[in-house]
Design a protein around this ligand. Structure first.
Ligand SMILES: Nc1ncnc2c1ncn2[C@@H]1O[C@H](COP(=O)(O)OP(=O)(O)O)[C@@H](O)[C@H]1O
Ligand SMILES: [Mg+2]
Length: 414
């Protein structure tokens, strides 16, 4: 199942061996483009290292979520063990895998207080997949738990912002903290066909292209959607045949104290036509609406059409219940912010999101004022300013939930 490794992958595989020149390092980080072969080579490296250097020890194996860990790490790990004829025991309920005399404890780093579960552990090593998406507290605790003589920490990730702690406190201080760093590009994965490479490249634009495809640690600054074009991303005519054969969706961002937005979307298979918007700003109107009122408004907004799939903020439990009772067809929105913005940016760049110029004034006002949060950026976090972002949230829900081209799991692309 493993095909010949690239030179970079071989370095990742054998860096810890005596004579490599970097075997004294305690930390190892492989960062770079998505699909560049980081995870595969690191799993094998971690396995060889832990099995040949230790017996009867405990190790930490962590992913962004339990699901991502299973998909990205355990599946290839079990595949390798199978291929090499090495027996293993997966104790699912206990969250561990036993290989030989060593025990590998599995963690999802996304849970609140995930690092608490590490407390009290004495580990001989750790493996962190997609470490840039972990809370810092988890990484610090994980490193702190590796107190056995000769312990090492293996981490990999896709690049993030220029002020992310992995960049500033690990990569930039590599020599000082004893970190061996390998930077991967898609050339380091010999199994990627040009066609697949192309399709990954087409899945990103702007800052996400630079991070995920070029593998650069660069920050998102200024406008979230700098590729937005007032002409190319809008339309105005009243062509009565425009929506013929289109599927219809409503995208809903719920708010009571905050504005509540519905978008009326027609999908012709290529382009999302955002035909009109509903925007209730309770603060400006000085009146909050009940769920029943919102449901009535949505019914009117959709001209009574109950076949329209309503893509809705999954946390809007009360409105969801109200809509379901009234016979609406609901679909929970995927609401990962980073992925949603990345997906919307591609659609905007290729002009396959078009917004009705007259019917959607609030959407258009929001998209021009939708900015990355500068203060958060300096703390190393990348997120948009949380103001006037309601139509923007509805857009993210729409695009990510219906995105068939690229599926990245909860975290960023694998
Ligand atoms: N040497 C190899 N042999 C077989 N498959 C490989 C090899 N290197 C990479 N791949 C495949 O390429 C894809 C991306 O590799 P992965 O390690 O997951 O990349 P990354 O972690 O950098 O996103 C995976 O499907 C993986 O199985
Ligand atoms: Mg990976």
């Amino acid at each position: 199942m493993l095909r010949p490794l690239s030179r970079k992958q071989k370095q990742a595989l054998l860096w810890w061996r005596p004579g490599s020149g970097v075997e004294h390092c305690r930390l190892f980080l492989a960062d770079g483009a998505i699909r560049s072969g980081k995870t595969v080579s690191m799993i094998l490296s971690f396995l060889l290292w832990s099995q040949s250097c230790f017996s009867g020890r405990d190790f930490i194996v962590a992913g962004v979520t339990a699901g991502a860990l299973k998909r990205n790490v355990l599946s290839p790990l079990f595949g390798m063990l199978e291929a090499y004829g090495v027996p293993w025991e997966y104790r699912r309920a206990e969250g561990r895998v036993v290989i030989g005399t060593n025990t590998y404890h599995l963690f999802g780093a996304d849970k609140d207080n995930a690092q608490d579960k590490l407390q009290g552990m004495t580990a001989a090593g750790a493996y962190a997949d997609e470490a840039a998406l972990f809370p810092r507290s988890f990484i610090d605790q994980m490193i702190g738990r590796c107190s056995v003589e000769g312990s090492k920490i293996f981490m990999n990730c896709n690049p993030n912002g220029a002020y992310h702690f992995i960049k500033t406190d690990f990569i930039d201080r590599a020599a000082e903290i004893g970190l061996y760093r390998l930077h991967f590009t898609m050339d380091d994965n010999l199994t990627l066909s040009p066609g697949i490479r192309e399709s990954y490249a087409r899945s990103f634009t702007g800052v996400f292209y630079r991070q995920y495809i070029l593998g650069e640690w660069v920050s998102a600054e200024g406008a979230v959607y700098p590729m937005w074009d007032d002409e190319a991303n809008t339309y105005e005519d009243e062509d009565p045949f425009r929506y013929r054969g289109c599927r219809r969706f409503a995208a809903v961002d719920y708010g009571t104290a905050n504005p509540c937005v519905f978008l009326d979307v027609r999908d012709d298979g290529t382009t999302f036509w955002i035909a009109k918007e509903y925007y209730w700003d309770s603060a400006a109107q000085r009146r909050q609406k009940t769920d029943a009122e919102y449901a009535e408004d949505l019914e009117r907004f959709l001209d009574g059409d109950r076949n329209t799939v309503v893509i809705i903020d999954p946390s809007a439990a009360s409105l969801k219940a109200e809509l379901r009772n009234r016979g609406f067809r609901l679909r929970d929105a995927k609401n990962d912010v980073r992925e949603g913005i990345a997906a919307a940016a591609v659609r905007i760049a290729e002009r396959s999101v078009r917004v009705h110029r007259k019917n959607c004034p609030c959407f258009l006002r929001e998209i021009h004022g939708y900015l990355w949060d500068e203060k958060a950026r300096q703390r190393g976090e990348e997120k948009p300013l949380k103001e006037h972002d309601h139509a923007m949230d509805a857009l993210r829900y729409l695009v990510l939930t219906l995105n068939s081209r690229f599926r990245g799991g909860k975290q960023s692309p694998e």
